[in-house]
Every structure is written in structure tokens, then in C-alpha cells.
Design a protein around this ligand. Structure first.
Ligand code: HEM
Ligand code: HEM
Length: 134
């Protein structure tokens, strides 16, 4: 497995632990963590645990399904950087109730989703055009 894809999966697991901890602390005492805690917990789980896990597994598996390489390793590297800059900024925004941070982080997370989608479409397209030629 590519180091970047393994990193996506490991980071997902760390976010899962963090999101679970946030929720449990919230249940123990709602005053322990400041900010919009449910929103923060939800997105640590969904953008952190679930989406990063999907990123890591999909980048590894989808090209292998077709037997063709990923369209762009560089796009996937940038996807890792953007996703992992975006979510922490969103968390800071929800901790401090400063919407600007959530918007900035949201745009970076969104850019990562776009890169992922494009890379997947172009991978499948490239695979299809080669298989049509043969
Ligand atoms: C470790 C286990 C988990 C615990 C103890 C937990 C606990 C909670 C609690 C107590 C809330 C409500 C917070 C409130 O309104 O005060 C909540 C909301 C939520 N949880 Fe979890 N949760 C867990 C795992 C997950 C997972 C795995 C996901 C998603 C994959 C998830 C997604 C959400 C979402 C989307 C919300 C709603 C957030 C919002 O209102 O914006 N949770 N969780
Ligand atoms: C591009 C990244 C994302 C950004 C910037 C973002 C931002 C937000 C914001 C600002 C809210 C609060 C809306 C409001 O109460 O007015 C919200 C709610 C929510 N988001 Fe996200 N989100 C993103 C990605 C996701 C993803 C990938 C999922 C699920 C897979 C998700 C699930 C939810 C859920 C379940 C709620 C709560 C809805 C409710 O309260 O009824 N979000 N999100």
C-alpha cells in the first residue's frame, strides 16, 4: 500500500479516537470542551474517520479494480494535504465559534473532495480508453 494511502487510514483511526473522546467528554460534562461540540464531534467522525478512511481505501483499491494506475499521485498527495489542513481549521472554528475558520477549513476540505472525484473519474476514463483500444 502506498505510504500516503496508509497515512490516510492511520489518520482516520486517530480522528475516530479523537471524535469518540470529544463525545464522551461532552456526555460526562458539557462544560469540559468549549464551542459547538456536537458539530465538531460529527465532523471529526464524518470528515475525519469516515471520509479519510474512504480516501485511503479508495485510492488503493479503485485503480486495482481496473488494473490501471491512479491518474495522478500528485493530486492524491494534495488531497491528503488539503483534507488535513481543512478539518483542523474547521475544528478550531467550532471550538472558538469563529465562522471564518470553519469556512476556510470547509473550502480546503471541499477542494480535497473535488481533487478526489476528479482523480477517480480520470483514472476510470484512462482505463476505459486503453481497454477500448485493445
Ligand atoms: C465513540 C462513539 C460515539 C459517541 C459516544 C457519540 C456520541 C454522540 C453524542 C452524545 C451526540 C450528540 C451531542 C449533543 O447534541 O450534545 C452525537 C452527535 C453526532 N454524532 Fe456521535 N457518537 C459516537 C460516534 C459517532 C460516529 C462513529 C459518527 C459518524 C460516523 C457520529 C456522528 C455524529 C453526528 C453526525 C452527530 C450530530 C452532530 C450535529 O448535531 O451536528 N458519532 N454523537
Ligand atoms: C466540505 C466539508 C463540509 C463543511 C464545510 C460542512 C459544514 C457544515 C456546517 C456549517 C454545518 C452546520 C449547518 C447549520 O446548522 O446551519 C454542517 C452540518 C452537518 N454536516 Fe457538514 N460539512 C462538511 C462535510 C460534511 C460531510 C462530508 C458530512 C457527512 C458525510 C457532513 C454531515 C453533516 C451533518 C450530519 C450535519 C448536521 C445537520 C443537522 O444539524 O441537521 N458534513 N456541516
Amino acid at each position: 500500500m502506498h505510504k500516503r494511502n496508509r497515512l490516510f487510514v492511520s489518520i482516520a483511526l486517530v480522528y475516530g479516537l479523537l471524535g469518540g473522546l470529544v463525545a464522551i467528554l461532552r456526555l460526562i460534562d458539557p462544560a469540559l470542551i468549549p464551542g459547538n461540540v456536537p458539530r465538531m464531534h460529527g465532523h471529526i467522525m464524518l470528515l475525519g474517520l469516515i471520509l479519510m478512511m474512504i480516501y485511503g481505501i479508495a485510492l488503493h483499491v479503485l485503480p486495482r479494480f481496473g488494473g490501471f494506475p491512479l491518474y495522478s499521485e500528485r493530486m492524491a498527495d494534495w488531497q491528503l494535504y488539503l483534507a488535513n489542513a481543512g478539518l483542523p481549521l474547521m475544528i478550531v472554528g467550532w471550538l472558538t465559534f469563529i465562522d471564518g475558520w470553519v469556512i476556510a477549513g470547509g473550502l480546503l476540505s471541499y477542494a480535497a473532495i473535488i481533487l478526489f472525484g476528479l482523480n477517480m473519474i480520470l483514472t476510470v476514463r484512462a482505463a476505459r480508453s486503453v481497454s477500448h483500444e485493445s
